[in-house]
Design a protein around this ligand. Structure first.
Ligand SMILES: [Zn+2]
Length: 466
């Protein structure tokens, strides 16, 4: 006997898989198990938890159709497509039990008259209500399909934005943000001319911010950006380029290959050439003209001279050791309290959240999960174990989502702040220490008359501490 299947597809918020796509997936899945699609019902509007069922005509029609005995099986994209909360679930469950209708989602068919299947759907329903979010199956399926046809998925790369359909809000494609792409191309051009990552990073930061660029802009981050295959519109899987992507390239494949070779050379260090030797050079500013202070090394012929921070116009000059020895304890005091820890772990309003980093982490988790599930299938690992692992990864993904929604705190500062800051500071490299100083203090070096104001260094809390 051929199973008669009814498909119920629903989109409740922008960015979800369209009802047409859900239907397509459903038809394919049902064809694989030899079922015949006899009806498709859809709902496109938002189904908030507090809305009445009557506001979803597709849902109501699905129920009527099932009740009339014209279907043997209900298909939905994921459990939470068919019901948003437990009340809906109870309705569907009763309906399926009373009419002897099977329910299929996530490539599994459930017979709700069987206790084990009821337990499984119950668990999914609770999870769907808790997260109000796609189940991992749906995420994995979407990613697999995206990978198959070369579309971008998951991680939204720096320099790109999502173009959405004006009416449905559904993402159509990704395109380069012209102003940011120009900064990236400039960085690439200079890197190809062997300019140091540090000086490229420093020179382009202002333009990057002016172009609406967010997230950390450190030599390490810029290097990662320049070697990323995404900006050459190359799609990767497991770190290998597998095919041309379908989005817009910012740099040519040729340049990508050169940059990759240059910047991933293990003998290359980001600290080299004109990288700063001193903590606060170009961060501390002159009290007279406000210009960043440049480093001035000790003079080889004058053994008693010491390295200085100095204004290029000559307004001020101060010994590096002296300035650092004043700023360091002040900065650590600022960071060392529980209040600072709380403040930095909670997102600051207006502080650029490193959205890309969070999304990249999420994409890594999703990719890892996909691999793990594939591996598990090959090795015959039990479904229960797969489910447990999926649940764990999904809860991590949910945490990241929450962080992204709230606007993530700077991870560098969040990790550093709190009691015991000194120990963590000791382990930190110069570039990270510079990032920290840049983020939370403003250091002003004033002219001094030696007798009265021997230091003349003013330290103002900045950023989130302002
Ligand atoms: Zn000056």
């Amino acid at each position: 006997m051929t199973l008669r299947a009814v498909i119920y597809a629903r989109v409740s918020k922008p960015g979800e898989k369209s009802v047409n796509d859900q239907e397509k997936v459903g038809r394919r899945d049902l064809a694989e198990i030899g079922a015949e699609v006899v009806a498709v019902f859809t709902d496109k509007q938002s189904a908030s938890r507090y809305r009445r069922v009557e506001l979803r005509p597709g849902f109501v029609k699905t129920q009527e159709f099932i009740r009339s005995g014209e279907a043997d099986l209900l298909w939905s994209f994921a459990a939470n497509r068919a019901h948003r909360d437990l009340d809906d679930y109870i309705l569907l469950r009763r309906l399926c039990i009373e009419t002897g209708t099977l329910w299929r989602y996530g490539r599994r068919t459930y017979d709700l008259s069987v206790a084990a299947d009821r337990r499984a759907t119950n668990a999914d329903a609770v999870r769907a209500e808790e997260f109000g979010d796609d189940l991992s199956e749906a995420v994995l399926r979407g990613m697999r399909e995206a990978r198959e046809d070369g579309r971008a998925h998951g991680k939204l790369h720096r320099g790109y934005r999502i173009v959405r359909d004006a009416t449905s809000g559904r993402p159509i494609r990704r395109e380069a943000i012209p102003e940011q792409a120009a900064v990236i191309r400039e960085a690439a051009r200079r890197a190809l001319q062997r300019e140091s990552m540090y000086s490229i990073t420093r020179d382009l930061e202002q333009r990057w911010r002016a172009a609406g660029g967010e997230g950390l802009w450190t030599p390490e981050q810029v290097r990662n950006l320049l070697v990323s295959p995404t900006i050459a519109a190359l799609r990767t899987h497991e770190g290998k380029v597998i095919r041309d992507g379908k989005w817009e390239a910012i740099i040519s494949v040729d340049d990508h290959e050169k940059l990759h070779a240059m910047l991933t050379d293990p003998s290359r260090r980001t600290h080299r050439g004109s990288d700063p030797a001193y903590w606060l050079s170009y961060i501390a500013v002159c009290g007279v003209c406000g210009k960043p202070l440049s480093p001035k090394k000790e003079l080889p012929r004058r053994p008693k001279s010491v390295p200085q921070y100095r204004c290029i116009t000559g307004h001020v000059s101060r010994a590096v050791d002296l300035v650092d020895s004043v700023v360091e304890p002040a900065l650590l005091r600022l960071l060392g309290t529980r209040e600072a820890q709380a403040k930095l772990s909670i997102p600051a309003e207006g502080a650029g959240p490193s959205l890309e980093d969070s999304l990249a982490e999420k994409a890594r988790l999703q990719d890892g999960l996909l691999e793990w599930v594939r591996e598990a299938a090959r090795n015959g690992i039990s479904a229960a174990l797969v489910k447990a692992y999926e649940a764990e990864v999904n809860s991590k993904i949910a945490e990241i989502d929450a962080r992204v929604r709230a606007g993530a705190a700077d991870p560098l500062l969040a990790d550093l702040a709190g009691p015991g800051v000194e120990g963590r500071w000791e382990l930190m490299g110069l570039l990270d220490r510079r990032e920290v100083a840049r983020a939370i203090v403003r250091v002003v070096v004033q002219p001094v008359r030696w007798t009265k104001e021997p230091v003349g260094v003013e330290i103002y809390p900045a950023g989130v501490f302002e």
